[in-house]
Design a protein around this ligand. Sequence first.
Ligand SMILES: [Mg+2]
Length: 345
Amino acid sequence: MLGISKTYYCPMEIHADVVRLQLAETFTIARESNDWDDVVQVEIRRGDHVGRGEAAPIERYEETPTSALAFIEEHGALVGDDPFDLEQIGARLAEFPGEHAAKAALDGALHDLQGKILGVPVWRLLGLPRVGPPTSWTIWLGDPDDMARRTEKVTGRFRRLKLKLGGADGLDVERVRAVRSRTDLPLQVDVNEWWSLAEALDAIPQLAELGVSYVEQPLPAGDPGAEELKARSPLPIYVDEDCHTLSDVVRCADIADGITIKLAKSGGIREGIRMAHAARALGLGVMVGCMVESGIGIAAGCVIAPLCDHVDLDGNLLLAEDPCPGVLFADGFQVPSDGPGLGVG
Ligand SMILES: [Mg+2]
């Protein structure tokens, strides 16, 4: 705990904290490098039951732990007194734009609380299977040799790998070639908005030859070349930074072959499920991703994993120690608890 902690009283009691999660190793992507990440954890108490939710505010979208706590302080009372009234609660919170991480933490806590009141896991409450596709493991950005070495270290533990690219040094294809020389696992890459259209059109055919499955967010969000890239790319394009909530999904059908859902962007499980169904209706592939999160956040992500083609829920596995264990990593799969709610404490 960071000592940033407040308790608000409403018909249900809400308590919010900022918790620092320490990474096992420095995690590098195109735009930043981190040794830790701060998440917002929310507890919603109703009688003897406590629901817990978590989400990581994303700086790229101008959300911080401080802004998330301020949102919960100001608007948390809008959850009202009925944890099952998710549609109306969501509508009330949506009156206030942004702060999707705060909304996701509240949404996760409400789902957890529902499950605990009823004594069933959230995945069962929602009529979903317990387990989705296997999770990828992220090979974060480094030089090609370093990424190849880290690939060897995880061989046998994971069923697919996600490579962070966007080194801005002309070596991105070499990175994939170096990793491919050490593994036959399915590979996907995430460029985090770092290529131009010309760079993408040059690199992607080479990645196709190396057996990469798909490319995540090669161009900056809103890039005018996105439709051309989709038309000309030999590999499927998935968008992450371009796709936040349900209202973004239609546009994504013009610029991509799939979307990346993250609960910290969508505002929670409920909106994530809506996005998955909308994407299916448009013929898009669906991936669920995550931020650096404890087991609480990952358990919420696991709920929508069965609706997805691809799962990237390794945030808790990147931690030096998960302070909220409850999701079992087994044979490449993230398996949520069969305990009540999200099954984490
Ligand atoms: Mg991404």
